[in-house]
Design a protein around this ligand. Structure first.
Ligand code: SF4
Length: 480
């Protein structure tokens, strides 16, 4: 997928003007967060599991070289091949080389953000190999020639009508009278189309949720079983995974799996959790004859040992997107690359550079919800601030933004001056906005008031409430 991160502001403006997108994102905001909360209520030890999962990943990242080497030797022991690729181009070429070695015409794919990251579909197509997405959401957006807009729900930006239109255009054999106006009929339509493609594919290409060093196993988590068919039906299987996907043991993997689905979709566990180890053995009924793993760096090792290392704990659950007010307002496409939401705003500058993605870390209210819901306790707001600092240091912001930040810093460092300036301003806004309770327009605040109203200040300021203390508490003296 081509990066469009430099167009972020323009993309965001367009997204906010899209009423259909706003409706789709409202549905997302009402669904996954609620189900996550219910799933967590059913598991009293959820927070202890998060601590354990974080500790496992921290330990792994501290010994990444050892676990990757162990993983490689176990894959080889099982009869597979491991290919180390430093860049996306290396990975693309290796995948094409394997496809050509078996004269492959079609490749079935199961959802892989890494595949998107290296734009493997375009590359295969340009070289005469047809990639076929098999996850329902991925299949729909492939037909529409769109990138995914969410890391676990790639077509979340679409409604049923748009999916029906897509199928009617792409599936030329489809009976025009056939009813396709409910999710089940859409699913059946996709299933019929994909069945032959599964059976006839020459190569299967999947991502990896985890790579287990102890056994050389690739763990695939899906709700549709498409990854299992992608792995077991074609003669050749290719796994593409980034280096930080490695986990030491089966038991560690079980711990991290317990927080993954609960955080992302609010399920206790996903419908299919598949452990694939190497090619078919003599007594196996199915499975690939050849098994290849592409281990991709693509900038990850540059993050190890830096203030952004903790981002490598991410297990791509999507919870931070599901709870992010900015993601809810603009959706995933606006971010301009394969990752989005808070995790994307931290990871993308790490992978392609802050000079390419400088606006993304600014796309956050720093409300902290992303960190609160992250199963791996990744300090996303802290890292967003770190990227903002780097952008400021390299003078990447506009002159107006730098001037505003300088003014804000001057005020914030002088509490008396801050109160002297903001107090009358807030009082004036409270008086002016008293009638409607909100402003449709304010000078210098067009970025906010363009797509939505600004609530008028109500009641005391935070500082005033803080000094009053909770009702019934002793009022703080000035010296405290
Ligand atoms: S940053 Fe945390 S919440 Fe967001 S996708 Fe990664 S693991 Fe999930």
């Amino acid at each position: 997928m081509e990066t469009q991160t430099r167009r972020f502001k323009q993309n965001a403006r367009e997204a906010m003007a899209d009423g259909q997108l706003a409706q789709a994102l409202t549905r997302l905001g009402e669904g996954f967060p609620l189900r996550r909360a219910e799933a967590i209520d059913r598991l009293p030890e959820f927070d202890q599991l998060r601590d354990a999962a974080k500790a496992i990943k921290d330990h792994t990242l501290a010994h990444l070289d050892l676990y990757l080497e162990q993983y490689e030797s176990k894959v080889k022991e099982a009869g597979g091949h491991v290919h180390w690729c430093r860049t996306g181009q290396d990975a693309r070429e290796k995948i094409l080389e394997i496809c050509r070695s078996v004269n492959a015409k079609t490749v079935t794919k199961s959802k892989s953000m890494i595949g998107e990251e290296i734009a493997i579909n375009d590359f295969l197509e340009e070289n005469g190999v047809a990639p076929i997405e098999t996850d329902l959401g991925e299949y729909i957006i492939q037909l529409r020639k769109e990138p995914p807009s969410h890391i676990i729900a790639p077509a979340v930006h679409l409604n049923k009508g748009q999916v029906e239109d897509t199928f009617r255009k792409a599936h030329t054999n489809l009976d025009p009278a056939r009813n396709l106006d409910d999710p089940k009929s859409l699913l059946e339509e996709a299933r019929v189309e994909l069945r032959d493609k599964f059976l006839n594919a020459d190569v299967g290409l999947t991502g990896a949720n985890f790579l287990i060093a102890e056994t050389g196993t690739n763990v695939l988590v899906t709700n549709e079983g498409n990854a299992d068919l992608t792995y077991s039906l074609p003669r050749v299987h290719i796994v593409i995974a980034s280096l930080e996907k490695v986990i030491p043991t089966l038991e560690d993997t079980a711990t991290v799996l317990r927080v993954l689905a609960r955080s992302g979709t609010g399920q206790d566990i996903t419908v299919y959790t598949t452990f694939c180890t190497g090619p078919k053995r003599p007594d196996d009924l199915d499975g690939p004859d050849e098994y290849h793993v592409i281990l991709l760096d693509n900038g990850r090792t540059e993050l190890v040992g830096t203030e952004f290392q903790e981002m490598l704990r991410c297990i791509r659950c999507g919870s931070c997107l599901n709870h992010c007010p900015v993601y809810h307002a603009i959706g995933g496409h606006a971010y301009g690359w394969v990752y989005s939401g808070p995790m994307g705003a931290v990871l993308i500058p790490g992978l392609i550079g802050i000079h390419e993605a400088g606006d993304l870390p600014n796309a956050s209210t720093l409300c902290g919800k992303c960190e609160t819901v992250c199963p791996m306790r990744i300090p996303l707001p802290k890292m967003l601030r770190a990227w903002r600092e780097r952008q400021y240091q390299r003078k990447g912001n506009s002159a107006a933004a730098r001037w505003a930040l300088g003014l804000w810093a001057a005020l914030a460092k002088r509490p008396k001056l801050y109160r002297a300036v903001t107090g009358p301003l807030m009082t004036a806004l409270a008086i002016l906005g008293r009638k409607r309770g909100r402003f449709k327009w304010l000078p210098l605040a067009g970025g906010w008031t363009g797509p939505r109203d600004l609530p008028a200040p109500q009641g005391d300021s935070f500082i005033a409430q803080y000094h009053k203390g909770p009702v019934g508490a002793v009022v703080r003296s000035k010296g405290q």
